[in-house]
Design a protein around this ligand. Structure first.
Ligand code: DP6
Length: 431
């Protein structure tokens, strides 16, 4: 692989992009075809060290000989590009931009005329029910930009990622990211924007508890259309709650106010799921294990919370001070618990006591290397008193399948770039 081989046969790039988990949820579209949302949303980008989509994109005149056109592999499985409409549209848009550049500058290699090969893998099981579309589409548009050397800004990339999957527009940035709903019909103003980078509040960590029964009730596109069409709570969420909470969340992040962050996150997750329940017929994403995690988090926080001095009102800020952690749930039963680094040992100790390993997994597999090490080192605080006060019994064995510990992280990055002579070394493992 050499950078300086313009006559080489295969042009190739490998990138990775992060998962993001919203603390103010995107739920509802004003345009289905353009993935334009009814409301703004805000998310935390999780670290690609732990969760990522890795995408290799390559183009070559050699690929024309098979007559297959463009090819996409998702997690090693060849997909039908004609059916993958949003994927095909992203490739066409990037190719069009490349063609314009080639027309303007005849010295550029005619990459736009070559078939493309794209292989994308997630390092987390898709069956885990974690949003793979967000990191997947962010990786795709970033890979296309790098492959074709397109002079597009992060904002333009975010717009392109949005067309694949709404939440993907937020995975184009690291740190804390707002997706501004915008007002225009063409969606030009519906883009993500970084609120703070991953160095601003690096203490924010996440513990993801993967529920065993991760099957989705209905997909998010269908679910949100049902909510928009039938829920009477939903218009109030869009008109009042979300605008208020977007401001609170931005303030919480700017001032690193974990109390405001935690309470706003939990209230917004609960309200999103309330609008799902208010959808007719109702949609259920949380299950018994999810609800047990909600009770655990509240029981734990309650031990440390102090009511704010009078004058505090949940419409202006947090009702309580002293939050240890906060849960949030997407369109599925998995819990994402946000906490601060200093609190992780205590949280991990509690979770270890109250969430038993599924019997078929060993400790290392269940908890991942970081937490398993924490448990094995014997350095966890004694939480027996805390657990007694919480007054909760452990979740049923097997309710949670595994845990993933991660932290706030950066946006997409290039892992490898260059020209390969003769034969494509297209990687399909991506790790
Ligand atoms: C509950 O981005 O998956 O995770 O735009 O139809 O692809 P589409 O939906 P998607 O929806 C995500 C919804 C959510 C909340 C969020 O991530 O903000």
């Amino acid at each position: 692989v050499t950078e300086s081989a313009p006559s080489a046969d295969v042009t190739q790039v490998t990138v990775c992009a992060p998962v993001n988990i919203a603390v103010i949820k995107y739920w509802g579209k004003r345009s289905v075809s353009l993935n334009l949302p009814t409301n703004s949303s805000l998310s935390v980008t999780l670290h690609t060290d732990d969760l990522r989509s890795t995408t290799t994109a390559a183009c070559s005149p050699l690929f024309a000989s098979s007559g297959e056109g463009d090819i996409l592999w998702l997690n090693g499985k060849k997909e039908n590009v004609a059916k993958a409409k949003r994927f095909a549209a992203a490739v066409e848009e990037a190719r069009k931009m490349r063609r314009e550049r080639e027309t303007a500058d005849a010295s550029l290699p005619k990459l736009s005329q070559q078939p493309i090969r794209i292989a994308s893998v997630n390092n987390f099981p898709t069956a885990a029910g974690l949003a793979s579309s967000a990191s997947g589409y962010a990786a795709l548009v970033f890979a296309l930009k790098e492959l074709y050397d397109l002079p597009v800004s992060a904002t333009e990339l975010s717009r392109a990622a949005r067309l694949g999957s709404g939440s993907a527009c937020r995975s184009v940035f690291g740190g804390f990211v707002a997706w501004r709903a915008g007002e225009k019909e063409d969606g030009l103003d519906s883009v993500a924007e970084q609120v703070a980078d991953d160095g601003h509040w690096p203490d924010v960590e996440a513990l993801i508890l993967v529920a065993s029964d991760a099957k989705k009730d209905v997909g998010s596109t269908e679910g949100m259309q049902g909510t928009v069409a039938t829920s009477e709570l939903f218009p109030a969420r869009v008109a009042n709650s979300v605008p208020k909470r977007m401001k609170q969340m931005e303030k919480a992040i700017a001032s690193r106010d974990f109390d405001l962050f935690a309470e706003t996150t939990m209230r917004d997750s609960n309200q999103f799921h309330a609008t799902c329940l208010d959808t007719y017929p109702p949609v259920f994403y949380m299950n018994d294990a999810s609800r047990a995690v909600v009770r655990l988090v509240h029981a734990y926080n309650d031990l440390f919370l102090a009511k704010e001095p009078s004058g505090a009102d949940e419409t202006d800020g947090p009702t309580y001070r002293g939050y240890r952690c906060a849960y949030t749930f997407d369109a599925g039963p998995n819990a994402v618990i946000y906490t601060l680094r200093s609190n992780l040992p205590q949280l991990a100790a509690i979770v270890q006591q109250l969430i038993p390993n599924a019997p078929e997994t060993n400790k290392e597999e269940f908890w991942g290397p970081y937490l398993a090490e924490l448990f094995n080192s014997g350095s966890l605080p004694d939480v027996s008193g805390v657990i007694e006060y919480m007054g909760l019994s452990p979740l049923p064995v097997g309710a949670i399948r595994r845990a993933i510990h991660t932290k706030v992280g950066p946006g997409p990055t290039v892992l490898a770039k260059g020209y390969v002579d003769g034969v494509s070394l297209l990687r399909t493992d991506g790790n």
